[in-house]
Ligand binder design. Structure first.
Ligand SMILES: Nc1ncnc2c1ncn2[C@@H]1O[C@H](COP(=O)(O)OP(=O)(O)O)[C@@H](O)[C@H]1O
Ligand SMILES: [Mg+2]
Length: 265
């Protein structure tokens, strides 16, 4: 079940628009390459819920895409369960991104997408139903994405990812754009899902409270080029409340400070 080791991960993007023009400072960075990830070393345990924080544009999505096997132009070593990643694998890993549902398919068809390999139709229907029930979308199976609210869309995406039964789930800013209450409910749902299914879950977020409320571990990346500023296990009991747990409150202040905010609110 999803034991991930990242060693000396480095990633550069080739940026063809950054050629030196005459008159530019000759000492300025004039290369074609933008260094995004600079020597990242991390280890995530089996079944761990890891929340990755970092300033906008530091390389969080890049790192997630690399871990999920979608981007192979990097240097360093990444293994999942001791095996090098060679590409995206829907058997083991599935990326859950917002707006990833296919608009011309119903909820049932979208959730069933990853199960096309299952030849037994009864088994496939049962699996689809199981996950639709888990995310409380019964009754909406025949709806199309445009007929769903933001929160329902995220639920459907979660069901689609879970139906594949991956060892590891990668989520990139899964709650962005949701209203406050839906955000809180989805957060609760993802935590419950994680407690229930025990899958290694890597969540990229810019929301410090999401990270501290959900994570078994919080990772903080520096600004670009990103390296690891903090990787800390969170052993706080759930449900967590930073107002009642002084140690958690202190850590929260520290995280705010590390991300450039002096007064946590
Ligand atoms: N395909 C690309 N080509 C060139 N630069 C890119 C590309 N994708 C992302 N970048 C740059 O890499 C940096 C990190 O991007 P990203 O991983 O999306 O950041 P984050 O998810 O932390 O906001 C950004 O500065 C972005 O402009
Ligand atoms: Mg991103």
């Amino acid at each position: 079940m999803g034991h991930i080791v990242i060693e000396n991960l480095r990633k550069e993007y080739i940026d063809r628009r950054r050629r030196r023009r005459s008159g530019d400072d000759p000492d300025a960075c004039t290369g074609d390459c933008v260094l995004v990830l600079d020597d990242i070393n991390l280890e995530f345990g089996e079944g761990e819920m890891v929340c990755i924080l970092g300033p906008s544009g530091c390389g969080k999505s890049t790192m997630l895409r690399i871990m999920a096997g979608f981007d192979r132009a990097f240097s360093g070593n990444i293994t999942i369960n001791g095996r090098k990643i060679t590409g995206p694998s829907s058997d083991n890993i599935f990326v859950f991104q917002h707006t990833a549902l296919l608009p011309w398919m119903t909820v049932r068809e979208n959730v069933g997408l990853g199960l096309r390999g299952l030849k037994n139709e009864e088994e496939r229907d049962a699996r689809i139903h199981e996950y639709i029930e888990m995310v409380e979308l019964e009754g909406f199976e025949e709806r199309y994405p445009y007929q769903l609210s933001g929160g329902m869309l995220r639920r459907a995406e979660l069901a689609r990812a879970l139906a594949v039964n991956p060892d590891t789930l990668f989520m990139d800013e899964p709650f962005t754009g949701l209203d406050f209450l839906t955000h809180m409910k989805m957060r609760e749902e993802v935590v419950n899902m994680h407690l229930f299914l025990g899958k290694t879950t890597i969540v990229v977020t810019h929301d410090i409270d999401d990270a501290l409320m959900m994570g078994d571990r919080v990772v903080i990346l520096s600004g670009r080029p990103a390296n690891v500023k903090m990787s800390q296990k969170l052993d706080f009991p759930r449900p967590r409340d930073f107002r009642e747990n002084p140690e958690l409150g202190e850590l929260r202040n520290e995280v705010f400070f590390m991300l450039g905010v002096n007064y946590a609110i």
